[in-house]
Design a protein around this ligand. Structure first.
Ligand SMILES: Nc1ncnc2c1ncn2[C@@H]1O[C@H](COP(=O)(O)OP(=O)(O)OP(=O)(O)O)[C@@H](O)[C@H]1O
Ligand SMILES: O=P(O)(O)OC[C@H]1O[C@H](OP(=O)(O)OP(=O)(O)O)[C@H](O)[C@@H]1O
Length: 206
């Protein structure tokens, strides 16, 4: 029996495949998958999903393990075991906006894909804000007057720079994480341990 791993489609999938390649795993089935959403390799079955759904598949035990951004774990708090950080998917959360805008007299309006992380961050500082939930291209919001500032992921800073925005406050740094279904960890320990241990070797270079 092989473990089932749920992978976040897109940039994390690519970085995870590179991570596997560096550890001499057979990655050809993953590279050649085309539009298939389930693939079998020599070592595991992989399923490909959006980040939020990766957490759901792992929580429900459909997948034993998952590769997911820490942002998803912080935002939706799925009932999964957070096993270890990967040395990729590294970025940070920041408050950003137009350089010169003043703090408004009314409640500050923040646009974000991450309402829970944002609310908690401001609440911890004793600030009450209004949230505008967006699904992407969050940088548009302060430029078009939808919000005063944004809370979003920053990696290179290019998206902010090319849109004339600046970081106003650094919040926290994150990376991709290996998560596990709680029952799988107990019941499938023998098949999961070798895989987890080989991934754990990556921690040393974080
Ligand atoms: N610019 C970035 N640099 C590094 N990691 C990032 C960056 N943006 C997002 N991530 C991480 O990669 C994960 C997947 O992001 P990605 O943008 O591929 O998917 P998404 O957020 O669901 O967006 P989309 O709707 O475009 O697929 C995020 O959950 C986050 O952990
Ligand atoms: O600092 P940078 O290297 O420019 O990366 C940051 C950008 O990457 C993410 O967006 P993504 O590409 O996932 O698109 P999205 O806006 O649709 O979420 C994030 O939301 C920022 O917009």
């Amino acid at each position: 029996m092989k473990p089932v791993i749920a992978l976040t489609k897109g940039r994390l999938e690519k970085q995870f495949i590179q991570f596997l390649e560096e550890r001499n795993y057979d990655v050809n089935p993953l590279l050649d998958k085309g539009r298939k959403l389930q693939v079998e390799t020599e070592d595991f079955f992989a399923i490909f999903a959006k980040g939020n759904d990766v957490a759901t598949y792992v929580e429900y035990g459909i997948a034993d393990l998952g590769v997911v951004g820490e942002d998803i774990l912080l935002e939706i708090q799925p009932d999964v075991f957070d096993l270890l950080p990967f040395p990729f998917g590294k970025c940070r959360f920041a408050i950003a906006g137009v350089p010169s805008n003043l703090t408004p007299l009314r409640k500050q309006r923040i646009a974000t894909k991450y309402p829970n992380i944002t609310t908690k961050y401001f609440r911890d500082q004793g600030k009450s804000i209004d949230i505008v939930k967006l699904e992407g291209s969050v940088e548009l919001a302060p430029l078009l007057g939808l919000a005063d500032d944004i809370v979003d992921i920053v990696e290179t800073g290019n998206t902010l720079k090319e849109n004339g925005l600046v970081v106003k406050e650094e919040m926290l740094t994150i990376s991709a994480r290996l998560i596990a279904n709680r029952n799988s960890l107990k019941l499938k320990r023998d098949i999961l341990t070798p895989l987890i241990d080989s991934f754990r070797a990556g921690e040393a270079i974080i």
